[in-house]
Design a protein around this ligand. Sequence first.
Ligand code: AMP
Length: 644
Amino acid sequence: MHFIITLISSSISSGHNRVASRLLTAKPQRSTVPPFFNRQPPSMAGSEESLRKALAEKLSAVEAQGNAVRALKAAKASKPEIDAAIEALNNLKLDKSSIEKQLQAAVSGGDGDGALSREAFRQAAVNTLERRLFYIPSFKIYRGVAGLYDYGPPGCAVKSNVLTFWRQHFVLEENMLEVDCPCVTPEVVLKASGHVEKFTDLMVKDKKTGTCYRADHLLKDFCNDKLQKDLTISAEKAAELKHVLATLDDLSPDALGAKIKEYGITAPDTKNPLSDPYPFNLMFQTSIGPSGLSPGYMRPETAQGIFVNFKDLYYYNGNKLPFAAAQIGQAFRNEISPRQGLLRVREFTLAEIEHFVDPEDKSHPKYTEVADLEFLMFPREEQMSGQSAKKIRLGDAVSKGIVNNETLGYFIGRVYLFLSRLGIDKDRLRFRQHLANEMAHYAADCWDAEIECSYGWIECVGIADRSAYDLRAHSEKSSVPLVAAEKFAEPREVEKLVIAPVKKELGLAFKGNQKNVVEALEAMNEKEALEMKAALESKGEVEFYVCTLGKNVPIKRNMVSISKEKKKEHQRVFTPSVIEPSFGIGRIIYCLFEHSFYTRPSKAGDEQLNVFRFPPLVAPIKCTVFPLVQINSTRMLQKLFQSH
Ligand code: AMP
């Protein structure tokens, strides 16, 4: 049953371009919803390649025939002969433009026969969303600020519905511990997490005007533009550009700079030359309190608030693992050149889960509940070899080791269920594995839930196994051990490595540097320590690199004792691993808007009607009661129930 919830009466035909809008509930019945926009079917990639080849052949045939016509004219051939050659030329030209049209449709997603192109579809959706106050540029009367948006009444209602469902699907269902931490964060926290040093994007500057651009976005735009607008590029060049697009996130700063130079990419607005790429930190800096002596940042993610509370949350959970904590809140990123509406903004709502698990046991008790789900997955190898995403049973991906472990697989499955129940089209949802360079060095495995919209495939949820990195980093910086313990039923005898630096000897030898040398010795792993022990026993002295001093120092036999001792242990103490699903709520909502939107002509054929058909779960208005209005009531009712 379709249930109309509201009709925006006064502006039905008074909007821009005489566009009318309706807000509808009722789950989309896929068979009756007109196509979202003409998407490239899976087979199109192959046909695009053959179309490029066919076009190249046709272009040389046209050139050859043109030469033939000119030669006939120069040789003063007979009129019928020249006419026949011209007719052949015209036929070739017709063939050429037909192939061009097909190729254009293949690369741009429009069929040229009336179906909406991506841009036209987006414009219709965004116009309606902004006009109906789903969202609006912030500070509009002052011309707005790039990357900042307000949600209006229906937008707030949708957002609230999405967050309610998120809480129900994850926090309540999984018994997660929800927290709510401040946005203003002291510098020390973000130094420990690595954000102060590394939370950067690569930027290039217009060498003359100083305007800044995100380096990877310029390369991406160049490749997309070339593929879509330059129909004469060879199939080989098209394949190369596609490979660059597929591996963009894997490029090192040097490789990115080299590609920008190789393709002659210049500043989009001025065509001036660009600087080499260099890192720009995305965090908004502030200071806490009036003295200006306590630096801070607006948090770029909510996760750190959970990590720094680990000890208390673990205790609250009865000192038991695994458990998960969750947080919904604002995150701030000073994006270099925000664009694409709600998709890349400078302040946005994140909903994050940190699931703490024993690194030696990443099984999940509810894994079997999701193992049979089958959906589009895009493993690293498929991306590198230019293939496309394919449907894989989640259980197979885990058992074959494509997905690193059961808990990560479990969350991938739960995210899939969350997004599809919300109303995201399953055929436009895929899980893409991070490429090797894209992933942080400490991460065990990462997958992004990507949703296809008119801007292409957009990362909406990141699901990462971050190993023990975050808790270790905060333990080291704060000197508060963020660890968990597994109590043994019976004490166990274990062999332990004991590194005991002899501080007196080290002090005599290294004076003020003693502390750095002691710390470096204690930080050795088992392999390094045993190698040092063997070398000291055979040679009496070894060269030892102390990274905090940035140099080698000589260590003698009397300066450190290294041994293996047997001990009885009652528990195993370890730093838990973290599996983190991180949801960009604005991105999910925008994709949901697009997946719920379609246009259709009015019955009279004189208007384009813009329609949102939301699933009841997210619909901003569930039900509306209309007063009976006498004037024109028949016409109004007719309009209301047109096609429903
Ligand atoms: P990240 O921590 O970079 O993996 O981001 C987590 C999630 O936040 C992503 O999956 C996106 O959905 C979302 N996100 C990241 N940056 C932005 C942004 N500038 N605007 C809106 N959403 C974002």
